[in-house]
Design a protein. Structure first.
Length: 328
């Protein structure tokens, strides 16, 4: 559904060229929900704007929804749905009118747009709101309305830019259900950006991580967590004299990192803690070592980001990039 090779964007400034995206290779298969994540200033927004034809690449090639990004951006726009982070509805317009007007821009007949829009309203739990002003809708309702406008022309591929920003936890969880439904019930491919790591973990089949303008890791959430961080096994010694022995035994676990020691506590990271823990405890028991406590901590996506980039996904804002110019 998306095939990109060497996609790059360079800005010219008074101080010289700035490489916002340095050659991105990525593939998205039909029917996937793919999360595109990166710290602020990593090139995430620039890449998204290139894939959605809002910004012309400086170098590289891409096929999006079966159309060539450079040669036929109009075909790309006709085949994709794009839900911007800031939303696209006017507060003074009525919800149904906004949806129908959006469909007309894609050449959909008014009667078809109305019928299709009412079905989408029902599917996204907006039934009864067709004639309501957008300004009277809750944050979650208005965000679902944005998604309806992105789907009204039945795109094969939907881009969601920060779909749950500003929503309360209940509204976020509700929207997650609808995003899954785009794939499970409608067969859509979803490419989303988010700053919420729990959202990426819960929704995405695969995750692409970008940093400094390049893809630095990709895989399912579980693959990334195991590949980059592994499980943390924490062993608390009953006797201070046993700490060194505990660390030595833990270091012999398959794939183990060098254990760290903090007072009575020994921590070791391993690829599959649940599988190895029973054997480790038997080895310690055989040596007559008594533990005061044992804990197994599964890795999180924030562990992945800290390992890959040295910072959290939500670390401070980077300096603003140069103007991204007009749409392609």
């Amino acid at each position: 559904m998306i095939h990109a090779r060497g996609l790059a964007r360079t800005y010219k400034t008074r101080r010289g060229d700035v490489d916002a995206v340095r050659g991105v290779d990525l593939d998205v298969d039909a029917g996937e929900i793919v999360g595109f994540l990166g710290p602020n200033g990593a090139g995430k927004t620039t890449t998204l704007r290139m894939l959605t034809t809002l910004l012309r690449p400086t170098r590289g090639e891409a096929t999006v929804a079966g159309a060539d990004l450079r040669r036929d951006p109009g075909a790309v726009r006709r085949r994709i749905g794009y839900v911007a982070q800031s939303g696209s509805t006017s507060g003074e317009a009525r919800a149904g009118e906004e949806v129908v007007d959006h469909a007309l821009l894609y050449g959909v007949e008014r009667s078809v747009a109305t019928a299709r829009g009412r079905v989408l309203f029902e599917q996204l739990e907006l039934d009864g709101l067709w004639d309501r002003k957008c300004s009277s809708l809750s944050g979650g309702q208005r965000r679902r309305l944005d998604i309806v406008t992105g789907l009204i022309h039945t795109p094969r591929l939907v881009f969601l830019d920060e779909p749950t920003t500003g929503l309360d936890p209940q509204a976020r969880a509700n929207l997650w259900t609808h995003v899954r439904g785009l794939r499970d019930e409608r067969g859509s491919t979803v490419f989303l950006t988010t700053h919420y790591l729990d959202e990426a973990d819960a929704l995405c089949d695969r995750i692409l991580v970008i940093d400094h303008g390049q893809i630095v890791a990709q895989g399912s959430p579980e693959e990334l967590k195991q590949r980059v961080s592994g499980d943390a096994v924490l062993l608390s010694a009953s006797q201070p004299t046993d700490v060194a022995r505990i660390a030595a035994i833990a270091a012999q676990l398959p794939g183990a990192d060098v254990p760290t020691v903090d007072g009575h506590l020994v921590e070791v990271r391993v690829p599959a803690g649940r599988t190895l823990l029973a054997g480790l405890l038997r080895s310690l028991d055989a040596e007559g070592i008594e533990l005061a406590g044992v804990e197994l901590r599964r890795p999180t996506l924030d562990d992945v980001f800290l390992t890959l980039t040295g910072r959290s996904l939500r670390d401070g804002e980077s300096p603003a990039q140069p103007s991204e110019g007009a749409a392609a």
